[in-house]
Write a new protein. Structure first.
Length: 396
């Protein structure tokens, strides 16, 4: 069977938000920079050297790196930089699959005669982004999407790493199990408890043993990646399969009213995006993170797809009510909501029993916010509360 060469690039901007701040303010270059005060949204590599991490509480970050410069996020600057970077991506190859505003897969297969071998294309891409956008970017090159992403992670910061097809397992197997997609803190702890610390040890296991330890879906997935089995192609023009948002709350006790207000703000944010994208959702997924770093997920599938804020808030509140015992026992540090099972809003049909006023209210609210800004119209329960940061997103 023919096996193509290493032609998939994973391009990932380095410490993106912090790098934009350092680019735009020469006084910050070479200094530890933290973007965001209450919660770390991004940290420069100078700050990461002191143990500062994304999503860490601001107080802890400042204790670890007291001389860091803390700057507020400027989302418009990050969106502008991302757009400029993606213009370079799309000028490099027509096969670009964006993962987020700061990373993408690029497939350069078949471009050798026109643009040279993949490592030359990647080197030229990095030079262009530095020269034209002013940002460092790391690129991993491999035969599979998974391995290209691992390669970019190993090459960071500001690096370039090619994994040749005949050296894939030699590169992958010595790496820690945390490099595998799907291996987070909890899964890694389960593997470590069994003495499994490297990808090679996972690959050597019988798949049935891994399934018994992690469950069928996770066991099969991780065993396949440990053996670099990843048939996915770089796909373009895909609409996102879910729309979500989350809010870190910090490591302190929160009243039910405060958590409910946070949930309301998240619902308003994601339903506005849902309607703007002309989408409907059938399933609401609530994600929670607790003081002990464990997580819980709850979901509810509705009888019909909807884009109504009131309907989705009702489902989200019901899910949150089910999780109250867990929250009271473990504390709560993050609330997230995802809308899945999406379909086109063109399929929406109102019945004679539907209350048209709910649709009119959502439409009027969206119109006001689109014209005058997201802060122009606020629910009474959210007045005086920090609305959190709205992260820039790739176009849907």
């Amino acid at each position: 069977m023919f096996v193509h060469g290493a032609t998939i690039l994973h391009a990932d901007l380095d410490a993106f938000f912090a790098a934009v701040e350092q680019r735009d303010d020469p006084r910050l270059r070479g200094r530890p920079v933290i973007v965001g005060g209450g919660v770390v949204l991004a940290a420069s590599y100078e700050a990461k050297a002191f143990g500062v991490e994304t999503a860490m509480g601001g107080r802890r970050a400042r204790r670890l790196c007291p001389h860091a410069v803390v700057v507020p996020p400027l989302m418009s600057a990050y969106s502008e930089a991302s757009n400029a970077v993606f213009e370079v991506f799309e000028d490099t190859t027509p096969l670009v699959e964006g993962l987020s505003i700061d990373e993408a897969f690029l497939d350069v297969r078949g471009m050798e005669r026109l643009a040279g071998p993949p490592h030359e294309i990647a080197a030229r891409l990095r030079r262009r982004i530095l020269d034209e956008v002013g940002l460092p970017i790391t690129v991993g090159i491999a035969r599979t999407k998974f391995l290209a992403k691992v390669a970019s992670g190993v090459a960071k910061p500001d690096g370039l790493l090619l994994v040749p097809p005949d050296g894939e397992l030699a590169f992958l197997h010595p790496l820690p199990v945390e490099r595998l997609w799907g291996v987070g803190r909890v899964t890694a702890a389960k593997l470590h408890d069994r003495g499994l610390r490297t990808v090679g040890q996972i690959a050597a296991l019988d798949e049935a043993l891994l399934i018994a330890l992690l469950g069928r879906a996770s066991g099969r997935h991780i065993h396949a990646l440990a053996n670099n089995r990843d048939p996915r192609r770089v796909r373009t023009g895909r609409r996102r399969g879910s729309i979500g948002s989350q809010r870190a709350l910090g490591r302190r006790r929160h009243t039910r009213a405060a958590v409910d207000a946070t949930l309301i703000a998240i619902v308003d944010r994601v339903t506005r995006r849902l309607r703007k994208g002309r989408r409907l959702s059938r399933t609401v997924v609530l994600r929670l993170r607790f003081d002990d770093f464990t997580r819980a997920t709850r979901s509810r599938t509705m009888a019909r797809p909807t884009d109504q804020s009131a309907e989705i808030l009702e489902a989200a509140r019901a899910l949150l009510a089910e999780a109250v015992p867990l929250i009271e026992n473990r504390g709560l540090t993050l609330v997230g909501l995802s809308l899945t099972n999406l379909e086109s809003a063109d399929r929406l049909q109102l019945s004679l029993t539907d209350d048209w006023r709910a649709y009119a209210l959502d439409a009027a609210s969206d119109t006001v916010r689109d014209r005058f800004g997201s802060k122009a119209l606020t629910r009474a329960v959210l007045v005086g509360r920090d609305p959190g940061v709205t992260m820039p997103l790739l176009p849907d």
